[in-house]
Design a protein around this ligand. Structure first.
Ligand code: URA
Length: 235
């Protein structure tokens, strides 16, 4: 791919467009063996070697990170007051990363962070019916009636009932443990589904989204890049 030099540098987070333009004009940027002082110079992202202030500036078009989202962080790219999930990706190169879908501030678990809009669309489009699997702790005894209700779809105050969802009871006690598989992603969906059967979600963690499964070795707040196998399954 051919890209303007200033765009190339700013896309990989080396400064704003005007900052990198100034750096180029000052003679801080080298392409292969030449110092280039024209921001509009076209770089071949596959062939050219770019140096910025004497350090390699390697182009990456897409980045894919699996984050175990901790509670207390919001699912956004930037926010003036709150800590965002993208802030946790310290090794990020691209400045246009965003979370694929939203988890509530108090929800933990699997969140894909990328700048690949096509992939995000495929995973989030309501028409695609992508499975999302959650582990939850619920106040009260979850029963087979709840399983049947979720299978039929429940009224969460929207125009239509929820799509059929798979509820697996892991333990049914004063505080029950369940695994829930849904194919939608409405605002507070899991919490509202349990409210519809008069129960409260005490803890919620996403375990899986489509073929992507949360790496059990990642502690809350930790992340890693997707491996080849995961990328092949998603793309
Ligand atoms: N459903 C919820 O209620 N909250 C989440 O964070 C995700 C799904």
């Amino acid at each position: 791919m051919k890209l303007r030099l200033d765009k190339y540098l700013s896309e990989i987070g080396l400064g704003t467009r005007s900052e990198v333009k100034k750096a180029i004009q000052k003679g801080l940027v080298q392409v292969n063996t030449q110092f280039v002082q024209k921001p509009e110079y076209k770089v071949d992202t596959e062939k050219d070697q770019v140096m910025f202030s004497g350090k390699p500036a390697v182009y990456v078009e897409y980045e894919y990170y699996m984050l175990n989202k901790p509670a207390g962080v919001i699912s956004a790219s930037t926010d003036s007051r709150e800590r965002c999930v993208v802030d946790l990706i310290l090794s990020r190169r691209r400045k246009d990363l965003f979370p694929v879908g939203r988890l509530d501030k108090d929800t933990e678990g699997l969140l894909l962070i990328t700048n690949d809009g096509g992939l995000a669309h495929r995973l989030l489009s309501p028409k695609k019916h992508v499975d999302k699997v959650y582990y939850a702790r619920i106040q009260g005894r979850v029963t087979q009636e709840d399983v049947a209700a979720f299978r039929q779809g429940v009224d969460i105050g929207e125009e239509k009932r929820t799509l059929p969802a798979g509820l697996l009871i892991l333990t049914s006690k004063e505080v029950s443990e369940v695994e829930l598989t849904i194919q939608e992603g409405k605002f507070h969906q899991v919490k509202r589904m349990f409210q519809a059967v008069d129960k409260e979600v005490l803890y919620l963690k996403r375990l899986q989204m489509g073929p992507l499964v949360l790496d059990a070795t990642l502690k809350p707040g930790e992340y890693r890049t997707l491996n080849r196998n995961e990328l092949d399954m998603l793309c």
